[in-house]
Each structure stands twice: as C-alpha cells, then as structure tokens.
Design a protein around this ligand. Structure first.
Ligand code: SAH
Length: 220
C-alpha cells in the first residue's frame, strides 16, 4: 500500500476530489492511503503563521521553513526504517513530472508531498528537506494542491487493482518505458458522416494491431 502525506495550508481543496471515482474506491479497498495535513498544525505562534516577507525585498510572501521542517520530520519518523519514502516539493521551475517518475513512485511505500503557496517556499526546503522538486508543467499555478492531486492520481493508477485489469496489463508490457496510447472508437460506426476507420471493424486482428502501432503515441 502506498501512503501519501500531503502538506498544505488549504486541506479542504482535496475533499471532493478524493471522494469520487477510482481514488475513492482505492481508498475504500485500502490500496492507497491519503492523509491531508494542515501545515498550520506545525506552527507555534498564536496566529499560526506559515509565511513571511522575503529577505532582500520583493513582492509577496514566502512560506517559512520551520513549520515545513517540523511537519516532514514528524511524518517521516513513523516507520522510517521499513518504508521507502520520498519527500517531494512542488516548484514551477523544477524538472517535469512524467510517466516514468510515476512508475518509480508507484514502487514506493510512502510519499510526502509539500504544496507551496504565495510567492513560493523558502529555498532551504528544496535544499535540505525535500528529496526532489517537481513541476507538473511550464506554467505557474497559485499553489501545489493541484500538482499533488496530479501526482496522487498518476501514481495511484499504476497500483495493481485500482484501474481495470486490461488497462493495467496494457501498461505492464511497457513498464517503466512509458504508456502506449492509440486512437479508440466506439459505436456508432458513422456519426454526422464521421466514420470509424474501416480496419477496426474488419475483425482482422493482425491488421488492427498494425494500424494501432502506426497510430500509437508513447507517453514517457
Ligand atoms: N514566484 C514563485 C511562484 C510560486 S507559485 C516562483 O516563481 O517559483 C506558488 C506555489 O505553487 C509553488 O511554490 C508551487 O508549490 C506551486 N506551483 C505553481 N506552479 C506549479 C507547477 N507548474 N508545478 C508544480 N507546482 C507549482
């Protein structure tokens, strides 16, 4: 079972998302576990401060290092020696998350995901606390919560038993090398004069396989 510990200042963002569809089923079947933690729990002042002004000046606020340090320390101390664990910080400028990383993560027991907000996170989190920094794409969001959902979803669907068997088998073939996709059609055969490629209805499995190979894309 993979356990995801998500550190955020907006825990409620995750409420509806993780209560639907395959993620909900995976949680119910205990194939994955997701704990959402409010970072403010690890603050010590009465205002539960998680951000402060940037050294050197500049606009906006920066997330402080101490609460994140305490959060990660507590969350990674449990069963440390037993689990293969990784601490991930979401940063827009970092290396991009891809299917290969999702495979690697799906073999771990434990992922700690740190969601930034405001103008970002004190650099010491990246340097001394996180094992790696990940971006989900070349655009800047307002926070790391959607990136965390993306990582949870991409990793979870690689855990045996979460998505349908055929889908899972299809991916096993190319394990670690990416995911193969080809165009798919379903009934009706013609809609609005838009036809389905004839070959797919030919019943000739060899030809169909060739057609799929010709049209396939690998997501790495
Ligand atoms: N000025 C900051 C922007 C921070 S955006 C900078 O240039 O780095 C606030 C937070 O949103 C970030 O700390 C990060 O956790 C998250 N975030 C924004 N865009 C992201 C992306 N493309 N991938 C992953 N995380 C992202």
């Amino acid at each position: 079972m993979i356990k995801f510990d998500i550190i955020t200042i907006f825990p409620e963002i995750f409420d509806s998302y993780f209560k639907e569809s395959l993620i909900k089923r995976a949680l119910d079947k205990r194939l994955i576990k997701i704990n959402i933690h409010n970072l403010r729990k690890w603050t010590k002042d009465k205002h539960h401060t998680v951000d402060d002004k940037p050294f050197g000046g500049g606009l906006g606020m920066v997330m402080k290092v101490e609460p994140i340090y305490r959060a990660v320390k507590e969350l990674s101390s449990l069963k440390k020696e037993l689990s293969s664990s990784r601490v991930i910080l979401f940063s827009p400028g970092a290396k991009k998350f891809n299917q290969k990383m999702a495979y690697k993560f799906s073999k771990l027991d434990h992922l700690i995901l740190i969601c930034g907000r405001y103008e970002g996170v004190d650099e010491r989190v990246a340097k001394y606390i996180a094992d790696e920094e990940i971006s989900i794409g070349d655009y800047v969001l307002m926070g790391g919560e959607i990136p965390a959902m993306i990582v949870v979803e991409a990793v979870s669907r690689l855990v045996p038993g979460i998505v349908g068997k055929t889908q899972f088998l299809k991916e096993r073939v190319t394990e670690g090398k990416g995911f193969v996709e080809y165009p798919q059609y379903t009934r009706p055969e013609i809609f609005n004069k838009w036809p389905v490629p004839k070959i797919l209805m030919s019943g000739n499995h060899k030809k169909i396989e060739e057609w799929r190979k010709e049209h396939q894309k690998t997501i790495e």
